[in-house]
Design a protein around this ligand. Structure first.
Ligand SMILES: Cc1cc2nc3c(=O)[nH]c(=O)nc-3n(C[C@H](O)[C@H](O)[C@H](O)COP(=O)(O)OP(=O)(O)OC[C@H]3O[C@@H](n4cnc5c(N)ncnc54)[C@H](O)[C@@H]3O)c2cc1C
Length: 239
């Protein structure tokens, strides 16, 4: 086997602590979680306490501010142990980095410390019943109404869908402008009109809460816009 040179000794120490944590806090319960269709929500908080969630988040927003290799180690250790239900990769490697990169100072202060601690579980809602690979074809809209936007549409196959406290929602702010009319919004669970649908039965990843999400006249303030209006598709292609 060719030895890997990508990791430094401090990364390997971190790996050891992730591995021990998973052995005691996740492996013994994973079979049950597969039956439940989701992992225990408390696992997220425990992982947050250990600094395993979104470790690249800068220190001023409550993170550890380390390099992406730490994320890769967490992903590798979950995979190595066959713990397929844990949705930390989607949270730490995909959704949270959108807030770090495109969030306003206010959004970062409000959400990032809780994303690191595990108080907030994130998801990203792109896919719809009739739009998967062809993301330009999404039908969800976010139409301006005074200082607010009104979101309508359905999403499906959303990782962390049941546990999600905060969802990056992809919606058309200008349905006539194709990809150029696409924007991203930060929508909090509990916002009136935002409902979590079925936790989907899958042939694998049975402990992962891959779900439907529904948005019916969901009113969000303009402060929920992530990045610039109309730039959503560009952001999705860049990250
Ligand atoms: C476990 C799981 C977790 C997921 N998590 C998320 C999530 O967190 N957020 C989210 O937004 N989505 C999520 N998805 C959805 C995922 O992003 C979509 O499944 C994916 O984009 C493909 O879309 P689709 O399933 O509609 O397949 P389709 O787009 O209908 O594609 C079906 C097949 O046709 C092929 N195909 C499509 N277009 C073409 C073409 N032009 N030329 C040739 N072949 C083509 C595809 O390669 C594929 O084999 C998840 C899916 C799964 C299974």
């Amino acid at each position: 086997m060719i030895p890997r040179t990508v990791y430094e000794p401090e990364h390997e120490m971190f790996r050891e602590s992730v591995r021990k944590f998973l052995e005691t806090e996740a492996a013994p319960y994973h079979e049950q979680w597969e039956e439940d269709g989701q992992v225990d929500r408390a696992l997220w908080n425990k992982a947050g306490e250990q600094g395993f969630l979104a470790p690249t988040v800068p220190e001023e927003y409550g993170g550890v501010g380390v390099d992406f290799r730490y994320n890769a180690i967490v992903d590798e250790e979950c995979a190595r142990s066959g713990l397929t239900g844990i949705g930390w990769g989607l949270h730490s490697d995909i959704a949270v980095p959108y807030i770090v990169r495109y969030g306003t100072e206010e959004q970062k202060q409000k959400y990032l410390p809780k994303c690191v601690s595990g108080e907030i579980v994130t998801a990203i809602a792109m896919t719809e019943p009739a739009a998967g690979s062809d993301l330009q074809g999404i039908k969800t809209t976010a139409i301006k109404d005074g200082d607010d936007y009104i979101i309508n549409g359905s999403k499906t196959f959303i990782t962390n869908g049941q546990h999600a406290d905060l969802v990056v929602v992809v919606a058309k702010t200008d349905p006539s402008a194709g990809a150029k009319g696409t924007s991203l919004f930060l929508v909090e669970a509990g916002t009136p009109g935002f409902e979590k649908g079925k936790n989907l039965h899958k042939i694998g990843l049975k402990a992962q809460d891959t779900s439907e999400l529904f948005f019916q006249d969901v009113r969000v303030p303009k402060e929920a816009l992530l990045g610039e209006e109309g730039m959503g598709f560009v952001y999705l292609m860049q990250d």
